[in-house]
Ligand binder design. Sequence first.
Ligand SMILES: C[S@@+](CC[C@H](N)C(=O)[O-])C[C@H]1O[C@@H](n2cnc3c(N)ncnc32)[C@H](O)[C@@H]1O
Length: 265
Amino acid sequence: MRSLLEIGGRRAPFLRRSALRLALAARRMSREGRVDDGREEALLDFVRKHAALGDVDATIEAIDRFCYERAVMMNVGDEKGLILDRAVARARTQSALELGTYCGYSALRIIRAAGATAHLCSIERSPANAAIARAIIDHAGRSEQVTVLEGSLEDRGATISRLQVECGLAPGCLDFLFIDHDKAAYVSDLERILQLGWLRRGAIVLADNVRVPGAPAYRSYMRAREGMQFATIERRAHLEYQTLIRDLMLESEYLGEREGPRSGD
Ligand SMILES: C[S@@+](CC[C@H](N)C(=O)[O-])C[C@H]1O[C@@H](n2cnc3c(N)ncnc32)[C@H](O)[C@@H]1O
């Protein structure tokens, strides 16, 4: 049974001390990537103890259980995870890219929803997080379908080259992009991907935490392009593992690049 703190029937495990630390430092942590109190390592131990080897459903469930019962983490979580699953299915995903792996929770949800023939490349700036994510994904039996690369799109092309060489990313290849890393880099990293032409027309771009910690520039960016380059649905939900604080995910269909006016037009 879940040991949740509740207020008026709403789930509020974030009132625990571990969760308060997480909430106070949310923006810094999504950039730096770690709580540094041992919870990521404890999660890996918990998964190994409570999920059968090779069982992706049990691994995802064990991570959710750890977050409700032991320590809150910055995974997308079970509620927003359903929005993620549906967006992956909507894009008929065979090739996906994720920005911000953390411990591999959303990577497992993406690859489970995409099916046995799909592939996901996920990039993570923190080497410690990337190592834990690889171990968890391996435990779930999905390491052949998920490549976790250490790096960021801001490292002067090094990670972009690895994505091209090791994951085969090329113009028009991506069906699905999940943006869930440094909130200040959402727009610049999406623009890099657009310049590389990796998104196919009709691809889905899903961005998490648009309300909390907040990515207002990304929201404005999508609003300015509505009906032209992207068609966006704002999906309302709650911040992970509680139901008091609201959050927002932006699900945007890529409509393609419009031809600019030609001379003489
Ligand atoms: C909110 S967590 C990702 C959660 C994960 N998507 C999930 O739902 O399971 C954000 C992660 O992005 C990583 N990160 C921050 N800035 C980054 C960047 N510029 N490139 C790649 N990863 C980054 C952090 O180290 C952290 O692990």
